[in-house]
Design a protein around this ligand. Structure first.
Ligand code: GDP
Length: 216
């Protein structure tokens, strides 16, 4: 058998795309519950957001996640590697990667940048001494190409501490007002009292959802 006729035989033996699609469609028609299940799986998947939470150590990342999840915040030890938390927020499921903030670990943050919908940058508003360091760390994260499309929420945390810097001054030091082509928002909050946390998550979820699902 010549080479050409072998190729023709193989091609003819392969189902055409139309023939291949038919059993798939029929199985849904035969089983409407299958169709409903598949639809709801797609919906559930669509309503999942991947959020990366970073910031300097001691900013309050772990406490924020615990507070929003309704867990006790009495005993919190520093994040050494990373915590993955799933939070339900309204209709959305947020997979939050709280990555440790120690300087030696910052190089590893980029391992988690892939497919990030939203970035939460947590700042200790009471730590004015490290605000410049914080600004530099944020600037280097925002340079990452993989995060170019991510919405950025800055939590100016620890508002309950007397003498905490005000939100506008923090936005200035972090250079947020100079950001272009970037959806960002800053919210003053306290992981201890809970103030501001829901406002922040509301903004992030809505901003990500608009970008991902409405414009898709
Ligand atoms: P992380 O390293 O960013 O995960 O920070 P943690 O969540 O471990 O918090 C570091 C310390 O700051 C802990 O002692 C927390 O109890 C405290 N902390 C976190 N958020 C707040 C806050 O909003 N107000 C106050 N007063 N303390 C906070």
């Amino acid at each position: 058998m010549g080479l050409l006729s072998i190729i023709k035989k193989v091609r003819d033996a392969r189902p055409s795309p139309r023939r291949r699609a038919r059993p798939f469609v029929r199985s849904f028609v035969d089983s409407p519950s299958e169709l409903a299940r598949a639809r709801s799986q797609v919906k559930a998947k669509e309503r999942e957001l991947r959020v990366l939470m970073v910031g300097l150590d001691n900013a309050g990342k772990t406490t924020i996640v615990k507070r929003v999840n309704g867990e006790s915040i009495d005993e919190i030890s520093p994040t050494l590697g990373f915590n993955i938390k799933t939070m339900t927020y309204g209709d959305y499921s947020l997979n939050v990667w709280d990555v440790g903030g120690q300087k030696t670990l910052r190089a590893y943050w980029r391992n988690y940048y892939e497919a990030t919908d939203g970035l939460i940058w947590v700042v200790d508003s009471a730590d004015s001494r490290r605000m410049r360091d914080c600004a530099e760390a944020l600037a280097s994260v925002l340079e990452e190409e993989k995060l170019a499309g991510a919405s950025v929420l800055v939590f100016a945390n620890k508002r309950d501490i007397r003498g905490a810097m005000d939100v506008d001054a923090i936005a200035d030091v972090l250079g947020l007002k100079r950001l272009v082509n970037r959806h960002w928002h800053i919210v003053g909050c306290s992981a201890v009292t809970g103030e501001g946390l829901l406002d922040g998550f509301d903004w992030l979820v809505n901003d990500c959802a608009e970008r991902i699902y409405m414009l898709a």
